[in-house]
Design a protein around this ligand. Sequence first.
Ligand code: PHE
Length: 444
Amino acid sequence: MTEKRVTFASKIGIVAAAAGSAVGLGNIWRFPSQTADSGGAIFILVYIGCILFFGIPLMMSEFIIGRGSRANSAGAFHKLAPGTPWKWVGRLGVLTGFVIMGFYMVVCGWTLDYMFQALTGSLHTVTDFSANFNNLLSSPLRQTGLMILFTLMTAFFILSGVKKGIEQSSKIMMPMLFLLLIILALRSVFLEGSSAGLAFLFRPDATHLNPTLFLDAMGQAFFSLSIGMGCMITYGSYFNNDTNFTQTAVQVSILDSLVAILAGIIIFPSAFALTSNPDTITDELVAGGPGLLFITLPELFNQMPLSVIWGSLFFCLLALAALTSTISLMEVVTLYIHEEYRFTRKKSTLLVTAGVILLGIGSSFSPWLFNLMDVASAKVMLPLGGLFISLFVGWYLDKRMVAAQITNDGTIKLGVGFLRVYIFLLRYIAPLAILAIFIYGLVG
Ligand code: PHE
């Protein structure tokens, strides 16, 4: 095939697209519920450690594999390690993409539902927000319809082409979302009684440390940064030859973590401030888990003047942030089918869409399946993918190739020390730590 591969057009477009993939419901919906589950600040500390020690190096590794091969996530291993079993790592990633979409699209559907509720003004008149959310959860048909709508929207962007679809949308929406989150965070911390929420978020309590906390934090870091399944391999394959991997990975990780922490600053202070029974609030947070975002936030909006506008704006932007993530997920799987099985892009997209809708129907009707896909992807499949990716770049790939990719053939001056530390991280620290956390979390 001599068909020329498209690349992202501009530098800002590259960061925006990768950040668009990373920032999504993982930050705004999943991060707060995991934090609540795991006791707050201590979870966030471990999470940040995971971002630094595995997140950034692994994102760079995926970029190396992607641009080094200019192929889809499975084809990349095929090209760089022909005739070896490494291609299974790419295939595992494609499967992981499917599994993530299988439940993620359902949460995207919830977001659409809330967007409609906010736009029509009905969210504004709700008095019992838990009941309002449970209402949605107890209607699998409504969830299915919305999930299908969101999947079709994603497919539409995939079909409209890489540059136009992904790049343009991310560039406008991300900064808007960021600004809105800052406004909401400010509103939340100025509520009376919010300080207990801030303490929950920022004052670590070591008594909450336990084996599963590490696995939860690591899984969340992988999930949130979109690493461990080849998403950044696919995006890396579209990068220009002068894209700076280190800078891009650091920028994306900082942005992604900021959004997650902002989401925390929005949700926890308001949850503590607005509760009617402060004694049981910590238990409520744990029990509220997946509903936290959809229960606490509308309550916060109702504390603000012009609540209809804030609510509508927030859920529209959230749906768009989710869309840039689902686009990246669907792109991984679609490109794989398109390049490996030589189906047209259109046919590949249709196949993937049908598969995702089937899984989505399953998880709309079965909370058990929904949970299984969430846990399996974040706590098993992504960490395993990350483990293999670090071994692949650390041990298998030629070090000169790794250095050439990271320094863009020597044009970026990073120093030998940097490269040494990087390779050391990939060879020893990341794989051993991932393995240890994984085993400790499963048996502990
Ligand atoms: N990172 C995305 C989020 O936080 C989810 C995602 C995971 C996207 C893996 C692509 C790959 O919402």
